[in-house]
Design a protein around this ligand. Structure first.
Ligand SMILES: *Cc1c(COP(=O)(O)O)cnc(C)c1O
Length: 352
């Protein structure tokens, strides 16, 4: 008999697989032998569903994780002497162990300034991009070629359609391509209520790394190229990087479960709603300083260090993301209201 662990707030990838993804995983397993390396019917089906979702004939590649998706997508947009503009808190800068630089054979990440109000919310701005591009134009500086934005951001905020458009306008002005790290793309779309096309290719995004793992898949991210001229040879990159799943149907079939009946959107909307519940609860507790309002599924707050330790001692898991006591609480597709309330109750007891 397996015991069930309590739900945690460290990351949305603590959660398991949602039932709809699991259903198609089992279906793919029940069908007997299937062609390998993506030649199977589930890969075809989920790819067609993604084309329908984005309302464009895009190129889709499945990889195991977000680090590979971002690294390989960026490498495909850059030569080794190019550079990628991103925010100082971008996952590609802080949490991918140099993967983008490694897979691009050395393209440098150019990090925007960290002090503006937008930067504090985890966002890049057209002005910050312009400043980095125009700072230098000589042969000694790695030539800017790509802008990378994270949607939803690492700070739990969401770029509006207008913000993405303004960024892509500036990117196009400087002949830069636009990459979107969408590890939490679903949470962003659920917040915005727009169509996936409106916030991606119609707003100027060239490549999207669409996260499935944090949205309820067992494993897997989709790299979506809206401009097929940019995906030339991408399949070889994926294979060389060890990211071509031979039994690809076990990544792609669960995507069918997410895409059918908009499960991806319902999962994300639920996680976002749980973050709102937590945010509201935290605002009512004296001694807790909630940072900005959440727009996606993460809540950020300052807690007294002794209270953080007391929560850890009670078995709660969450990251202290920002220096000086800032804590990050992530909600997942399966986070129950009772779990949020249990955390709030323990917190209230500590701050009495
Ligand atoms: C989780 C995450 C990723 C992907 O991380 P992996 O652990 O490599 O799957 C990428 N970008 C952001 C913003 C993330 O939060």
């Amino acid at each position: 008999m397996t015991t069930t662990n309590r739900q945690q707030f460290a990351s949305d990838n603590y959660a398991g697989t949602c039932p709809q993804a699991m259903h198609w995983f089992m279906e793919a397993n029940a069908s007997g032998h299937e062609p390998a390396y993506g030649e199977d019917r589930w890969t075809q089906k989920s790819t067609d569903m993604l084309r329908q979702l984005f309302d464009i004939d895009c190129d889709v590649y499945y990889v195991f994780n977000g680090t590979a998706a971002n690294s390989l997508a960026l490498a495909s947009l850059c030569q080794s002497y190019h550079s990628v503009i991103c925010s100082p808190v971008a996952h590609i800068e802080t949490d991918e162990c140099g993967g983008p630089e490694f897979f691009s054979n050395g393209s440098k990440l150019l990090v925007a300034e960290a002090q503006s109000d937008a930067a504090k919310l985890g966002k890049l701005t057209p002005e910050a991009i312009n400043a980095l591009v125009t700072k230098r134009s000589d042969i000694h500086y790695p030539r800017p070629k790509v802008v990378s934005i994270t949607q939803a951001t690492e700070m739990g905020t969401v770029y509006s359609v207008d913000e993405v458009r303004a960024i892509s306008w500036m990117a196009k002005k400087h002949h830069l391509r636009l990459h979107m790290d969408g590890a939490r793309f679903a949470n962003a779309v659920a917040h915005l209520g727009c169509s996936p096309a409106d916030i991606t290719w119609k707003a100027g995004v060239d490549v999207l790394c669409f996260g499935g793992t944090k949205n309820g898949l067992p494993v897997g991210e989709a790299v979506v190229f809206f401009d097929k001229t940019m995906s030339e040879d991408f399949a070889y990159r994926v294979k060389q990087a060890g990211q071509l799943a031979s039994k690809m149907r076990f990544i792609s079939a669960p995507w069918v479960g997410l895409l059918e009946n908009d499960v991806w959107l319902h999962n994300a909307a639920h996680a976002n709603a749980m973050a709102q519940r937590l945010y509201s609860g935290l605002q009512c507790i004296a001694g807790v300083q909630v940072l900005h309002a959440p727009q996606a599924n993460g809540v950020f707050a300052q807690l007294p260090p002794a209270v953080v330790q007391a929560l850890y001692a009670k078995g709660w898991k969450f990251y202290q993301f920002i220096a000086g006591g800032g804590c990050r609480f992530m909600c997942a597709w399966d986070t129950q209201p009772e779990s949020v309330d249990a955390l709030l109750n323990d917190l209230k007891a500590e701050l009495k």
